[in-house]
Design a protein. Structure first.
Length: 411
């Protein structure tokens, strides 16, 4: 899952170590020559781009700019092993913190185990990998600075200084997507230390047997260790409001109901992701590309960003900066746009054609499809046959064309 969470002392130390490792290269801002790459925003997308570039060409001249003192935020990212591009397998291996051979889903009338390997990464692991890679890269540097403007060829910093590069990648968050949201994926998770009882052996990606409240609701369970587990309460809702005290109570009640006795809460993560009904193609003037969530490089229906972020990082790393946004890039974006259009249709259907308490039927039907279709959907690599399986045939229970045409109803 993609998530935001409160920081921990371990994560703060990772950030301090990274800043110390590159401190000698933070100043001055100006260089004698332009960088090849200037990466604005130190989240997942630009971190993966930096790692991919330095894995392929350790002497790449690049600057990564982040306004916060730590890179990568406070997140947990998961993905299916089949989503990893072959050329980035070593990069992902350096980031991976856990691997499970399969995962489960539960619905009121169905349960399924999918024998597909599942990987988990964290912000702390991302920072450790970046620290190691930056420390050994002679021409890579990190700047902690607030960027006021990003233009073709340069990023203007607060105070008036500028960082110049052949290719600028602006990946600074969701931007204005909330204004185009069909609904929201919102969640709160607690990482729990258990005194008795044990976490499940395999990840539980979706337990939708819980009461359906505030739209489609499910609980996500990620077992880090027998006595350490992340339990996350997730909602597909038309409202972005997140009642954190209430969701904390629900997470603890869920854990207790599964026989897990909680010794302590190690950390908390939460987030609200807009799931758009439309997503305009961002402009890409010469030498500048908008990436990450604001650039539409994420899964519009699940909120997952890792598979697309990995593919885009691999794409950029395979090309010189001066030629990255040519005809190959236009073909890459066109293929991505075709996948996005299908997911936007699904978002409009999910939030418009189903009453909030009926939305779970859509996912219950989806998880009855072939495993290959499910994997390609999460990876945002569906085939025409996959799209037909997902959209055609008998509609899920609760589907209302009248409701959809009327614009849905408030949750």
């Amino acid at each position: 899952m993609v998530s935001e969470r409160a920081g921990s002392s371990e994560e703060a130390n990772d950030g301090a170590q990274l800043n110390h490792a590159v401190a000698e290269r933070l100043e001055p801002v100006a260089r004698d020559e332009r960088d090849e790459y200037v990466l604005v925003g130190g989240g997942l997308q630009n971190a993966l781009i930096a790692l991919a570039l330095l894995e392929r060409r350790p002497d790449t001249r690049l600057t990564l700019i982040e306004r916060e003192p730590e890179l990568g935020g406070n997140h947990t990212w998961c993905l299916h092993e089949g989503d990893v591009p072959a050329e980035l397998s070593s990069v992902v291996a350096s980031l991976m913190e856990r691997r499970w051979p399969a995962h489960d889903v539960i619905f009121p009338r169905a349960r399924r185990r999918l024998p597909s390997a599942y990987l988990a990464l964290t912000s702390a692991g991302l920072r450790r990998a970046l620290s190691s890679r930056f420390a050994s890269a002679p021409a890579a540097r990190l700047l902690t600075a607030n960027v006021l403007a990003v233009e073709p060829g340069r990023a203007v910093l607060q105070g008036g200084a500028a960082v110049h590069g052949q290719l600028l990648v602006d990946a600074r968050g969701p931007g204005q997507l909330a204004a185009r949201a069909a609904g929201y994926q919102k969640f709160l998770g607690l990482e729990l230390e258990l005194s008795s009882g044990t976490a499940p052996e395999l990840p539980l990606l979706m337990d939708a047997s819980v009461p359906q409240l505030d739209g489609f609701r499910f609980v996500y369970v990620l077992p880090w260790a027998p006595a350490r587990v992340l339990v996350e309460d997730t909602y597909y809702s038309t409202s972005p409001e997140l009642d954190r005290p209430l969701l904390r109570e629900r997470v603890l009640a869920y854990a207790a109901g599964r026989g897990m006795q909680v010794r302590s809460v190690l950390r908390e993560e939460h987030g609200v992701l807009p799931l758009p009904s439309e997503l305009p193609e961002p402009a890409s003037p010469a030498g500048l590309v908008c990436a990450g969530y604001a650039g539409g490089l994420f899964h519009p229906t699940t909120g997952y960003s890792m598979p697309v972020a990995l593919r885009f990082a691999a794409f950029l790393a395979a090309r010189p900066a001066a030629a990255a946004l040519g005809a190959d890039y236009q073909r890459w974006r066109a293929a991505h746009a075709r996948q996005v259009r299908f997911c936007l249709l699904l978002n409009r259907m999910l939030f418009g054609a189903f009453a909030p308490e009926e939305r779970y039927h859509v996912l219950e039907r989806f998880y009855g499809l072939p495993q290959s279709t499910i994997r390609r959907f999460y990876a945002l690599e569906t085939l025409a046959s996959d799209r037909a399986r997902i959209i055609c045939g008998r509609p899920p229970r609760g589907f209302s064309m009248r409701r959809w045409l009327a614009g849905g109803a408030p949750a």
